[in-house]
Ligand binder design. Sequence first.
Ligand SMILES: [Zn+2]
Length: 159
Amino acid sequence: MGGGVVVRERVLYGCQGIAGEWGHNVLEVDGPACYCGKRGCVEQFLAGPALQEYYTSLSGKSCPLAEIVRRCERGSDAHAEATVQRLIAYFGRAIAYLINILDPHVIVLGGGVSNVDLLYSEGVRAAMPYVFNNRLETRVVKNQLGDSAGVFGAAMLVA
Ligand SMILES: [Zn+2]
């Protein structure tokens, strides 16, 4: 899970070039191993492959994320519901840490997981217990470029 920070219409790089790399913030020190060498990174709880693996660990079946979400919405699959509820809980905690540090006006979600509509309602509510304030005005919105965002970014780098 990548990330970027934009301040006053400019990308923030940071002194080491890793500003916005929230995907490897550790949510659980004893969590699943991550390819970066740590355990329990955000990526290991919120990325599509991690969600699919979690669902498989519960159900013994392989299933694409979109189908897991559909099964959850239909209320027909307890393992799918557990997977989505776990996503929502960890998503809330993960964005709360960002909100406490940056207090951004908006958080824009991209990638396949951004298609999980519950993140914009229940996911944001799940952040509240971890946000310093007793109110949350940061808007969490879906990207407008869909799956092409990476291609647009690469083109802009060249330009
Ligand atoms: Zn990691």
